[in-house]
Design a protein around this ligand. Structure first.
Ligand SMILES: Nc1ncnc2c1ncn2[C@@H]1O[C@H](COP(=O)(O)OP(=O)(O)OP(=O)(O)O)[C@@H](O)[C@H]1O
Length: 142
């Protein structure tokens, strides 16, 4: 059975261009509950720790520079089938391939500056939520 929690980030540029409110609106209109939320500016070391799985890839340094370039909004989202449904709402990593009506179609400007992040598995949803939030900051009852 699929889990009901996913971890999501609104990335730099989207926050700086004042899209945070509309992106959260798209998320809640799609039936997700925001059960934890905070805005923060990642250091390079924190961004490297979060995206460690991509270390060594051609785009890694670009990704780290971008993710530490401005504020992000970290959220834990709750809904049935959360991981898969949120990835559909985000759209493809490459904005040129993102479907109409997705967050990335509206707000991503490149493969790196692609507006949002979403976990790719229930296991990573749990790990990524714990990277940003302690248990008492996550309102599972909502
Ligand atoms: N070829 C690439 N060129 C530039 N940036 C890339 C490329 N591939 C991935 N990225 C960046 O690294 C992030 C993580 O890559 P991943 O393959 O996990 O994509 P994703 O699962 O769609 O995105 P995310 O993990 O942010 O939700 C992407 O969101 C994007 O910002």
């Amino acid at each position: 059975m699929n889990g009901n929690i996913t971890f999501s980030m609104i990335k730099p540029t989207a926050t700086q261009n004042n899209h945070t409110g509309h992106i959260i609106n798209m998320i809640t209109n799609a039936g997700f509950h925001v059960i934890a939320i905070k805005m923060l500016h990642l250091s390079k070391d924190q961004a490297k720790a979060f995206y460690g799985v991509h270390e060594g890839k051609e785009f890694f340094e670009r990704l780290i520079d971008f993710m530490s370039s401005g504020p992000i909004v970290a959220m834990v989202l709750k809904k049935e089938n959360a991981v898969e449904d949120y990835r559909k709402l985000m759209g493809a990593t490459d904005p040129a391939k993102a479907a109409e009506g997705t967050i990335r179609k509206l707000y991503a400007t490149s493969m790196t500056m692609n507006a949002v992040h979403g976990s790719d598995s229930d296991e990573n949803a749990s790990l990524e939520s714990r990277f940003f939030f302690s248990d008492f900051e996550v309102f599972k009852q909502l």
